[in-house]
Design a protein around this ligand. Sequence first.
Ligand SMILES: Nc1nc2c(c(=O)[nH]1)N[C@H]1C(S)=C(S)[C@@H](COP(=O)(O)OP(=O)(O)OC[C@H]3O[C@@H](n4cnc5c(=O)[nH]c(N)nc54)[C@H](O)[C@@H]3O)O[C@H]1N2
Ligand SMILES: Nc1nc2c(c(=O)[nH]1)N[C@H]1C(S)=C(S)[C@@H](COP(=O)(O)OP(=O)(O)OC[C@H]3O[C@@H](n4cnc5c(=O)[nH]c(N)nc54)[C@H](O)[C@@H]3O)O[C@H]1N2
Ligand SMILES: [Mo]
Length: 747
Amino acid sequence: MTRPTPTTSHWGAFGVRMNRGEVEVIPHPADPAPSPLLGNVASALRHPARVARPAVRRSRLEHGPGPRPRAADEEFVEVGWDEALDLVAAELDRVRSTSGNEAIFGGSYGWASAGRFHHAQSQLHRFLGLAGGYTSSRNSYSLGTSLVLLPHVVGDSEQVVRRASTWPTIAENTELLVAFGGVPEKNVYVTPGGVTRHVTPGHLKSLRADVALISPLRTDFPLDARWYPIRPGTDVALMLALAHTLVSEGLHDRGFLDRYCVGFAPFERYLLTEPKDADWAAGICGIPADGIRELARRMARSRTLITVTWSLQRIRYGEQPVWAAIALAALLGQIGLPGGGFGHGYGSMGDVGGHGPTGRLPYLPQGRDPVSTFIPVARIADMLLHPGEAYDYDGQTLKYPDIRLVYWAGGNPFHHHQDLNRLRRAFARPDTIVVHEPYWTATARHADIVLPATSTLERDDFGSGRRDTHLIAMRRAVEPYGEARDDYDILAGLAARLGVYDEFTEGRTARQWLEHLYTAWRETAPFPVPPFAEFWEAGELELPPGHERETLFERFRADPEGSPLRTPSGRIEITSATVAGFGYDDCPGHPVWLDPGPDPHPLLLIANQPSTRLHSQLDPGAVSQASKISGREPLRMHPSDASARGIADGDVVRVFNDRGACLAGAVLSEDLRPGVVQLATGAWYDPLGDLCVHGNPNVLTADVPSSRLSQGCAGQHARVDVERFDGDPPPVTVLAPPRLLSREVAS
Ligand SMILES: Nc1nc2c(c(=O)[nH]1)N[C@H]1C(S)=C(S)[C@@H](COP(=O)(O)OP(=O)(O)OC[C@H]3O[C@@H](n4cnc5c(=O)[nH]c(N)nc54)[C@H](O)[C@@H]3O)O[C@H]1N2
Ligand SMILES: Nc1nc2c(c(=O)[nH]1)N[C@H]1C(S)=C(S)[C@@H](COP(=O)(O)OP(=O)(O)OC[C@H]3O[C@@H](n4cnc5c(=O)[nH]c(N)nc54)[C@H](O)[C@@H]3O)O[C@H]1N2
Ligand SMILES: [Mo]
């Protein structure tokens, strides 16, 4: 047998081997728990939904640049590479000379693929920087709210997320794990950039703590737990009531609050006036008052770790649960003690709580963007629809630029953004939209010019993720699909046309870049690293291990004066004078309960991460497809909600609200709180009017920010209703390419 060709992905390292013309995927031998997502790779690699040749929207080819509806079902005309690159280069040049580089939006948010060199966004940013600059985007859909809030409360976000208390410390010391949003095992197989050993599933099994699972979904913790089926979006009420019980029963740690925190007094006053007690909270969050009091007392007498998944901040007023959880942990006084305190993102990402290496990895410098204009990433549709308008962000007033050209490589806004019917209106505004994609995703179908990109198995690279134990050689295993090119080669072709070829390539081929980046890294690595050729031949390099036992904020606890936090006070800010000074009604100076207000739609939809794929990636793959019901994404609902609507298991249903509707396949389950339905993100958007026939929940989510402070994504929840869909459901068409014309037919 030939040795498998090594590679890696956001969901794990693996090898590939050709077996009678078919690609066979072999998990990395060192991986104790390979991801189920590996099952999507082989089946999607040569799927007909791949983009084979450069293609231009017919109306764009006929009428030139300008605002247009950009219907997803318009024909595309396949053109040669030279014609496509000439067109893109000429348009970049036209826009920058008539409207300035600020009119080019190059934020290009998205996960792209693993690989340190062929990382689509890094390549695009480097190129656009050299071409005069672009309007960029900041923060992420993942953590857009916390990334802005945490610096005000604990001084920085990096530490909280990247240096979380490690699993072995938790396994040894934690007596009670209070898990808001649980620790969903489905998510821990993913770490951006790659992961070679999936250790979190094993760590979860070794936990000895009692677990309080606070989530609308029973499945958010893989093992035994006491389930508190909370009403979604009401965690803050529960947290305040837990804090109220601690304070009113004298169970809080005054010494800790005095020494390590500021701003407890106003928060305490808030808790005690119109008391935010357990009886008050029970009516909001749906957890009985006695249960709340009892949980608070157990938290006070145990070594307690409070964790909050990232999903809790991806909602309207998403700052509040994160801030309230920190305040609650501060009241317990265990922050900085092994097994106690606060954590954010256990079960959100594989590296949170991981203890792998934290050293620097080889990287491609992204260069400088001469344009300073940016948007908080989730404001994309607002920007396109409201040029010139002012908005708030973290104490500043910013203004939306007037975007004429949108350039996307490595992301899928028609996956990730909210209110997709609104996003379609926004995508009608610019003069031109350029997309590089391996697949005919909804974003490609809403573009003017689509350039086919290679997938990781079709190019040479190397990859490694945060806390990853290995640097993996990613060797080309198969020929590029159709005429697909690497993002690097596409951009080099544009760079040549715009006169910045030498600056962009620095005279190197992709292969020479790999060796260059590796060698630059090797020369400064604080441990022995073999030469590139040796690494490439071996297929991987094991990195020196990280520290198994680490506790978040242990240094601050040991020496608050010598190792202060980077907040204005140097301490944990239970009340932040800075945030209070901004005067935002939707994010005041300390954690508060903010009622989202009434909504006529009776069910709360949880639009969470899919267990069968990474976002929208490889939705045509076997594992993702096997989960569909009559070709639609599964919608989980409680049997009582289903029977009230005459819905049976396996029925095609219509999920709807005022913004839009989608079809889905009903799965009845007692693992949800009644009144809650769950539909994962990532089914490729397949519009028929305002309806998505495939089951993308982002036709239902509202395009509103978490708050004026962070302008973060609030897509995790939506209010909806569900009805049975009678008759023949319209077919899913998005898994086949759009109508493609050849040049001759079109002219
Ligand atoms: N309702 C709701 N919406 C959400 C969320 C939610 O909780 N609820 N979660 C949000 C979160 S946390 C995130 S991170 C986002 C994710 O949103 P995205 O990161 O935009 O989603 P992906 O599907 O990973 O998109 C990556 C795209 O890059 C393409 N690609 C892969 N490799 C390459 C390459 O080498 N070159 C090029 N040119 N393209 C490549 C893939 O085919 C895919 O289309 O979604 C967000 N959206
Ligand atoms: N398999 C897989 N894993 C992934 C990803 C993927 O696409 N697929 N995406 C990765 C990315 S980019 C990110 S950012 C992370 C995201 O990590 P998260 O945002 O934490 O993940 P989600 O699955 O969206 O949400 C976790 C759980 O929170 C619960 N929840 C939702 N709303 C509430 C609420 O109001 N209160 C409480 N208590 N619980 C609530 C839901 O039941 C849900 O299952 O996942 C990563 N991991
Ligand atoms: Mo994310």
